[in-house]
Design a protein around this ligand. Structure first.
Ligand SMILES: NC(=O)c1ccc[n+]([C@@H]2O[C@H](COP(=O)([O-])OP(=O)(O)OC[C@H]3O[C@@H](n4cnc5c(N)ncnc54)[C@H](O)[C@@H]3O)[C@@H](O)[C@H]2O)c1
Length: 449
């Protein structure tokens, strides 16, 4: 009969020899870079995804994620150490199963663990003694132990005895050229020593530094605290922006100068609101869990409310500036929105404040178009499905001059801002993109909002 020690030793040896077979469940912005990084470290890796078109595109070596280096996926697939599939039967062969599926908000804006539950229900069909299951998706503290573990134990196997269970949060920053999956320290946590040692040992082969913590819940909390810190600071700097403007001070200049302080300050920049699947979502998970255990996070909740209200505030500001510069009423005004992705240089519109602004301006009677090099055609989005199919306007001097205002919502690098500066009647800039321009080359009418 196999005992836990021999299961542990056997997996440990397989990891040490880089023979452990890895399966990643979910090949999105997090799962795909992770799977590729693991296969590049020498582990045989299979990526699972329910989206057949994505699986086919990956196996065909297509780039799939725009900021990936050319040929990265093709090389991984051709090298024979990485393949994508939709067939969960591969889990029977896997030694480690890493779960990287979405954890969005429900329509009631509460944690939605349905993707995680569905993935774990598929995994339990194939679970066998000696496997290590790792949840990587962002969840509230306690979710792995109270939601994931009971499902995995349905077949009679016990976590920490028959199979191993860990949590390791993703810290992927899409489009960030300074940090890769491999160079970002990886937090690893488990409720039992063997699971913790195995996940720590595994990730020591993959990333430059691991950070072991004492429990699943601690590792889960690390991620939510990091993102809540960002949420609060983004709300703070946007609040500063409004107050500074009333004082006749440019907040961008203030942040730039404050950043020279070598301790005790970290720059956050103003903007039109927050987006993506992380920063707007994590604080909701943390706040929800805090209430669940009879506690509260009023500062985080206030920051969330400020951030949620930012797109409306920007839309209101557009109306005011249209009227101020040329007496144009927002009703019937033509507005071009530059950038609809939630942040620069990514092809991702999830929770994008730009889209919320667009919708708000249209509700106020404006006629809006957009330009975004990443979205020639607007995709179907969870938040704004009705916008699907709209087309990005080509940037020419004539088209730009035809709008009452151009609103810079997302500061993609690959946009001809010089052309915008030359041609636009009024530029409303939420990202300070024209700061780098000589004063003489800036738009004639430029307002930072
Ligand atoms: N995107 C980021 O910047 C980022 C950063 C850190 C953490 N996270 C977290 O990582 C997790 C994954 O996010 P993402 O951005 O990679 O999501 P994503 O939407 O880009 O990708 C998720 C993938 O999982 C697939 N999928 C869904 N259910 C599945 C199932 N049952 N079985 C197999 N595949 C399934 C989807 O088809 C999709 O391809 C989330 O918890 C998110 O909060 C995201």
């Amino acid at each position: 009969m196999t005992n836990v020690f021999s299961l542990y030793s056997s997996l440990k040896d397989r990891i040490a020899r880089r023979e452990a077979r890895i399966a990643t469940v979910g090949l999105g912005y997090v799962g795909l870079p992770l799977a590729l990084t693991i296969s590049e470290a020498g582990f045989p890796t299979t990526g699972l995804d329910l989206n057949g078109a994505r699986v086919a595109a990956i196996n065909a070596g297509e780039k799939v994620i725009s900021y990936f280096p050319e040929g990265r996926i093709r090389k991984a697939v051709a090298g024979g150490r990485f393949a994508a599939t939709g067939d969960f039967a591969v889990l029977a062969e896997a030694d480690l199963i890493l779960i990287c599926v979405p954890t969005p908000l429900s329509p009631a804006r509460e944690p939605d663990l349905s993707y995680v539950i569905r993935a774990v229900e598929a995994i339990v069909e194939w679970l066998r003694p000696g496997q290590l299951v790792v949840l990587e998706s962002t969840v509230w503290p306690g979710a792995t132990a109270t939601v994931v573990k009971p499902i995995l134990e349905r077949g009679g196997l016990r976590a920490g005895e028959d199979f191993f269970l860990a949590f390791s949060p993703e810290r992927e920053d899409p489009g960030n050229e300074k940090f890769s999956t491999q160079s970002i320290p990886k937090v690893v946590g488990a409720d039992d020593t063997r699971s913790r040692e195995l996940i720590d040992q595994f990730y020591s082969h993959i990333v430059t530094k691991t950070v072991p913590v004492s429990s699943l819940a601690t590792a889960e909390a690390v991620k939510l605290v990091e993102n809540s810190f960002r949420t609060v600071n983004i709300a703070l700097v946007n609040e500063m922006k409004v107050a500074m403007e009333a004082m006749g001070v440019d907040v961008w200049e203030v942040v730039k100068a404050a950043s020279t302080k070598p301790f005790g300050y970290m720059p956050f920049y103003p903007g039109p609101g927050i987006g993506g699947d992380c920063i707007p979502v994590s604080p909701v998970y943390l706040s929800w869990r805090a209430k669940d255990v009879g506690s509260a996070l009023p500062i985080v909740d206030l920051a969330r409310a400020n951030n949620d209200g930012a797109p409306d505030m920007i839309a209101g500001r557009v109306a005011v500036e249209l009227s101020k510069h040329g007496g144009v009423a927002v009703k019937g005004a033509r507005v071009l929105i530059l950038g609809v992705a939630y942040k620069k240089n990514v092809e991702d519109t999830r929770e994008s404040p730009a889209l919320a602004i667009l919708k708000r301006l249209e509700a106020m009677g404006a006629e809006c178009d957009y330009h975004d090099p990443y979205f020639p055609v607007m995709p179907v989005t969870r938040d704004h499905p009705a916008l699907a199919g709209r087309q990005s306007v080509a940037l020419t001097g004539d088209t730009v001059a035809g709008y009452d205002a151009v609103l810079v919502a997302t500061d993609h690098t690959d946009v001809d801002y010089a052309l915008v500066a030359r041609s636009a009647r009024l530029v409303l800039d939420t990202r300070n993109v024209f700061a780098a321009f000589e004063t003489t080359d800036r738009p004639a009418r430029l307002v930072k909002i």
